[in-house]
Design a binder for this molecule. Structure first.
Ligand code: 3PG
Length: 246
C-alpha cells in the first residue's frame, strides 16, 4: 500500500461525470496500452479493470501510466487484492458482492469503494457501513431498470452503478434513472475484440458510448464514500431534472 494512497475525494464524482464505465477483462498485457488509448481517444474517461485474469494488476499499471483514464479495479474479492490494485495505480475499488472486509479496508485507507449489491439487504448493509455508491449486479438478470427502481426507492441517499447485461439498446434507460451514478459494461470493449486487437471497432463502440454518456449527464454533488459514516450524496440529476422515475 502506498503511504500516500489515492486521493480520498473526487474520484467517484469523476466517475459520475463520466457516467459510463467500460468494464475490461483482458488476457494480454500488451493489449493494455492500446486499449487505454483507444478508450481515451473515444472520449471515455474511466475504466474498471477486472481482476479476473492473472495479468490484471499489471494491466492496471499500464492503464494508469497513460494518465488518461481514472482507473478502477473490479472483481476485488479481498483486501489483499484491493491493496495490490491500489499499489498498481487503481483509484477506486469495485467488488461483485458486499464484503465488509473489503469495504472496511478501503475506508481505512481512504479508497473509494463500490461494493456489489443485488438485494435490499445488501444495499442496507452497504448503507450502514457508510457506503453511498454501490454496484447493482447483475443488473439485467435482476430485472433491469424496474428492479433498480424498486430496490433503490427505500434508500434515497444511495447511488447505483448498474452493471451486467447492459448494452447500447438499454443503457439510456439506466442513465435516466435518478439514482444511477454511472453505468458499467463490457459492450464497448468485449474480450474478443481486445484479443483481436480491433482498436478501430472498440474506438467506434466507445465513441458511441461516450456520446450517450454526454446526452445524460449527472448533475449533482457526489461525495466519495471512502471515510464512511453517513455522507450526504446528491442524487444525480438529468439535465437539471430528477430524471424519469421508471
Ligand atoms: C461486470 O464485471 O461488472 C460484468 O461482468 C460486466 O457485465 P457485462 O459483461 O454484461 O457488461
Amino acid at each position: 500500500m502506498n503511504a500516500a494512497g489515492p486521493e480520498a475525494d473526487g474520484v467517484l464524482a469523476e466517475v459520475a461525470r463520466q457516467r459510463i464505465v467500460p468494464v475490461v477483462v483482458i488476457d494480454d498485457v500488451s493489449a493494455a496500452s492500446p486499449l487505454a488509448e483507444a478508450l481515451a481517444d473515444a472520449g471515455l474517461g474511466c475504466a474498471e479493470i477486472t481482476l479476473r485474469t492473472s495479468i490484471a494488476i499489471e494491466v492496471i499499471a499500464r492503464f494508469a501510466e497513460t494518465g488518461r483514464l481514472v482507473v478502477g479495479a473490479g472483481t476485488v474479492l479481498d483486501p489483499q487484492q484491493a491493496s495490490a490494485a491500489i499499489d498498481a495505480g487503481a483509484r477506486f475499488v469495485v467488488s461483485p458482492g458486499f464484503d465488509s472486509e473489503v469495504v472496511h479496508w478501503c475506508q481505512q485507507f481512504g479508497v473509494p469503494v463500490v461494493p456489489g449489491t443485488a438485494t435490499p439487504s445488501d444495499i442496507q448493509q452497504a448503507w450502514r457501513a457508510g457506503v453511498t455508491a454501490v454496484k447493482f449486479f447483475p443488473a439485467e438478470t435482476l430485472g433491469g431498470v424496474a428492479a433498480l427502481a424498486a430496490m433503490s426507492a427505500p434508500f434515497p441517499g444511495m447511488t447505483f452503478v448498474p452493471t451486467g447485461g447492459i448494452t447500447p439498446a438499454n443503457v439510456t434507460a439506466y442513465l435516466q434513472h435518478p439514482a444511477v451514478l454511472a453505468v458499467g459494461g463490457s459492450w464497448m470493449a468485449p474480450r474478443q475484440l481486445i484479443a483481436a486487437g480491433d482498436w478501430e471497432r472498440i474506438g467506434q463502440l466507445a465513441a458511441e458510448a461516450a456520446q450517450m454518456a454526454a446526452e445524460f449527464p449527472a448533475d449533482g454533488a457526489v461525495v466519495d464514500n471512502a471515510a464512511g459514516g453517513g455522507w450526504t450524496v446528491g442524487v444525480p440529476r438529468i439535465n437539471g431534472q430528477r430524471g424519469v422515475q421508471k
